[in-house]
Design a protein around this ligand. Structure first.
Ligand code: TXA
Ligand code: MG
Length: 335
């Protein structure tokens, strides 16, 4: 796709104001958030919302998150803002937490795919907040990748997927977290985590007590988007589990390398074990935040270089849970 038509701008006040005008007139703006880049449109404008689905190649039954600048604006889009929502919003907004609440009629039905609920968050990014504040409208924004690709954490990723198809990209540099927001549903009985993200289950439990994660129980409802393949590189991704992961990686590398380029994704502690292989060390095994920050970038990079990615599994602890979930979704098979 050509990037010829897409304007890429820095995040000066003037550029943000111009981007806000484009949003208000039904255009599409890619903007940075603290999690990943978003593909933004006026949430109240049916035609603008439909464009977002078209540009992303997004299935029509996968609803969008409305981004707002303040708690007050969030309340203005909902029927009811229960006590639990208030506690979570007060603790985590602005920040990478999305709340699913009963909606009123303000946001386009195309954004919510006809559901009675709306996903909302206040992003913790200066440019995003200025953009939404200046446009004075709620902004729907899925991650600014083509459906099925890893979410973009820098403008170069956005251009790979969206160059030429959006009206403007605001370049705010690398996003700080690198994976998407955590989604909590507050509309169906007990609160439930629909998608693990950069805020952990434990962080949420500190505020509202024990919470379940959807997908861990049989038949549990999930975010509609969770049924689609996500975050998947074109390369074959093989997730290598303990025990004996090091031996398995050596063995599979030899087998695959007969007819494909292969790379190993592991931790800096194991670099020496794979000295003879093409290896990417995403982070130390003690640094989930760094791993999170670089995960999608690493997938995108390796996808250009190899046909097979052997991913060393991450620790089975709470702080790695969101990453483990992303890896499991990206994996074509597990060994
Ligand atoms: O960090 C993020 O959340 C990023 C940045 C750009 O804000 N956005 C993002 O949006 O990840 P997207 O569209 O890629 O993922 C939104 C997820 C989907 O899985 C969708 O099914 C779910 O949110 N979702 C949206 N509305 C929902 C609703 N009313 N009920 C349940 N799930 C919903
Ligand atoms: Mg996405």
């Amino acid at each position: 796709m050509s990037s010829a038509k897409t304007v890429i701008r820095g995040t000066s006040k003037k550029n943000i104001r111009q981007a806000a005008e484009i949003l208000r007139s039904g255009g599409i703006i890619v903007f940075p958030t603290e999690t990943v880049y978003g593909l933004g449109a006026d949430a109240t404008n049916d035609e603008a919302v439909k464009k977002v689905f078209k540009i992303k190649g997004r299935p029509a039954d996968n609803p969008l998150i409305a981004h707002v600048a303040t708690l007050r604006q969030a309340k203005s889009l909902t029927k009811d803002f229960p006590e639990t929502a208030l506690k979570l919003a007060n603790r985590f907004w602005p920040g990478p937490l999305t709340l699913v609440l009963e909606k009123n009629g303000i946001v386009s039905n195309f954004a919510t795919c006809g559901l009675q609920t709306l996903a909302i968050r206040v992003p913790d990014n200066k440019t995003a907040l200025e953009l939404i504040g200046s446009a004075k409208i709620p902004v729907v924004a899925p991650s600014a990748n083509l459906s099925g690709k890893p979410s973009p954490t820098s403008v170069s990723h956005v251009v790979e997927d969206m160059g030429g198809t959006v009206d403007m990209i605001l370049d705010g540099g690398d996003t700080s977290y690198g994976i998407e927001s955590t989604i909590v549903d507050l509309t169906s009985g007990a609160p439930k985590i629909l998608r693990l993200g950069s805020i952990s289950k434990r962080d949420i439990e500190k505020v509202i007590g024990t919470i379940g994660v959807s997908g861990t129980e049989h038949g549990a409802p999930k975010a509609p988007g969770m049924k689609y393949t996500h975050y998947s590189p074109d390369a074959e991704v093989v997730l290598i589990k303990e025990p004996d992961a090091l031996e398995k990686i050596q063995h599979l590398y030899l087998a695959y390398t007969q007819n494909k380029e292969v790379a190993v994704m592991t931790f800096s502690e194991f670099e020496a074990s794979f000295a003879n292989l093409k290896t990417i060390t995403v982070s130390s095994i003690k640094d989930p935040a760094k791993y999170m920050h670089d995960l999608y970038r690493t997938f995108r990079q390796l996808d250009k270089e190899v046909g097979v990615i052997l991913v060393h599994e991450v620790p089975e602890t709470e702080e790695w849970a969101a990453i483990a979930d992303k890896l499991a979704k990206a994996a074509d098979r597990t060994v």
